[in-house]
Design a binder for this molecule. Structure first.
Ligand SMILES: [Zn+2]
Length: 481
């Protein structure tokens, strides 16, 4: 038996208006390169950093949501290394005393309670970005360009204990963390845009032989799907090595999107020595209990709390609660519909399938959808009174969204009302039997599948509006009489 041991280091970009230590704007994604920079974030001589208060507030919010112990006194330190995207030659981070430690994020996984411990959360600034390009077709120039816009953008780094035991769990953890940061309104959570980045370390324990592989680090994972894919690839690779008796190097690897595999970046032995030392330009950060308490009081309901409440209050399954509860807007819409219709399970079914499908298909956000609880209430009533079939209801749904009209009005306008008139259905069936005695004979000789022919005949003539249950019942009765 092999046991998988995974720990994550996550960088979350804080969605403050300005950068961590200067007044440059912080939302630099896709802006013209090197247009959002100043002497502080490019490290000009004599420029001094000033801590952005919002960065502290956001870090405390994250720490409280992740059940961490807040260090009222934390310090800033320099992480030194030379790279062209780091003009200062160091990053300001919190190495010796981070703002928060010893937390956890709990969630349900396959019915089990899972708890991933958080080792620490610290504040740090981002570095710039290198763009390596091949010879371009106009100038023929090749080389590396540097964009310093991202220098000084505020981040928190969240480091977990190695408590994650499968690639899938790693993905679920990342998704819940994203939803939590979004609920706190402190990070956009867009992995594709680099607002949330994940490095993972993985090792495999061979429980029978009592062996453990070296730890491998996988860097630069930039989508939720690839968190799982890269770790699955790595798990297989390490297990294969253990089985064939070859070495698993302690190294850093990266996920190669094109080849769909991880490749080695550098061996751990060459790891940089960052020569950390206290940042002389920033005093220690001192918080008060009252400050932390004020933030705690204003925390919104977090996704995991919401999921548990939805299960408790509405009796919907864990899966439904997870889909709905991960998004505040979606879940409050669900709650409105569930309350006004008094049918929570139906509400969650229709919202999770038909409504989410329309949202994705049309690319319109929920709040711009021209439908509300009233639409669902009437739709469910029409179904309950058998005025429409489920099939018709599913045809009505996109029409409701296109027009914003209530379903009963649409049913009237378009003559979609279900036909329950037994006499009318019987007449159609009898006519179909008359015109196709061969099929009737086949049925009576035991070819029960022929029934579908008569059901189809009724549906064709009523343009799909006949009550399916009634049609089935009548067709069977007449064929067997
Ligand atoms: Zn700046």
């Amino acid at each position: 038996m092999y046991k998988t041991v995974i720990g994550l280091e996550i960088h979350a970009q804080l969605s403050t208006k300005t950068k961590a230590f200067c007044s440059c704007r912080a939302d630099v994604f896709e802006l013209e390169p090197n247009t959002v920079i100043c002497p502080v974030c490019t490290g000009q001589p004599g420029a001094l950093p000033v801590l952005n208060e919002k960065v502290v507030e956001y870090a405390v919010k994250a720490a409280l949501a992740l059940n961490c112990k807040i260090n009222l006194r934390s310090t800033f330190d320099r992480k030194n290394y030379f790279y062209p995207d780091l003009p200062k030659g160091y990053q300001i981070t919190q190495y010796f005393t981070p703002i928060a430690e010893n937390g956890f994020l709990g969630f349900k996984f396959d019915g089990d309670e899972k708890r991933v411990r958080i080792r620490r959360i610290h504040i740090e600034e981002d570095a710039g970005k290198m763009i390596h390009q091949d010879a371009d077709s106009i100038s023929g120039a090749s080389g590396s360009l540097v964009n310093l816009n991202r220098c000084g953008v505020p981040l928190i780094e969240i480091v977990t204990e190695p408590d994650i035991s499968s690639p899938k769990e790693a993905r679920l953890f990342m998704e819940l963390l994203r939803d939590t940061l979004r609920a706190l309104d402190i990070c956009s959570g867009d992995m594709e845009k680099g607002a949330l980045r994940c490095d993972a370390n993985i090792s495999i324990v061979d429980e029978e032989r009592g062996l453990s592989s070296n730890r491998v680090e996988v860097k630069n994972i930039n989508s939720f799907k690839f968190v799982e894919k890269a770790l699955e690839f790595e798990r297989e690779r390490i297990i294969k090595a253990l089985e064939t008796g070859s070495d698993v190097n302690r190294e850093t690897r990266t996920w190669n999107f094109a080849k769909r595999e991880t490749i080695s970046m550098r061996s751990k032995e060459e790891e940089n020595d960052y020569r950390y030392f206290p940042e002389p330009d920033l005093p220690p950060l001192q918080l008060s209990d009252e400050y932390v308490e004020r933030i705690k009081e204003r925390l919104p309901e977090l996704p995991q709390q919401r999921i548990e409440r939805l299960i408790r209050e509405y009796g919907i399954p864990e899966y439904d609660a997870t889909v709905l509860g991960s998004n505040a807007k979606l879940s409050s819409f669900f709650e409105e519909v569930a309350k006004s219709t008094d049918k929570p399970k139906e509400a969650s079914n229709w919202i999770m399938t038909e409504l989410l499908r329309e949202i994705n298909r049309r690319g319109i956000p929920l709040e711009k959808m021209p439908i509300g609880p009233e639409h669902f209430k009437i739709l469910f009533e029409l179904l309950e009174q058998e005025k429409i079939s489920v099939k018709i209801a599913k045809e009505l749904f996109p029409l409701m969204i296109e027009t914003g009209k209530l379903p009963d009005q649409l049913v009237k306008e378009r003559g979609m009302e279900q036909i329950n008139d037994e006499k009318l259905i019987e007449d159609i069936v009898l006519r179909a039997m008359e015109s196709n005695p061969k099929a009737v004979k086949q049925y009576r000789e035991g070819k029960k599948g022929v029934m579908g022919y008569f059901v189809g005949a009724v549906m064709k003539e009523t343009r799909g509006k006949a009550n399916p249950a009634a049609v089935n019942e009548i067709v069977r009765r007449l064929l067997e009489s």
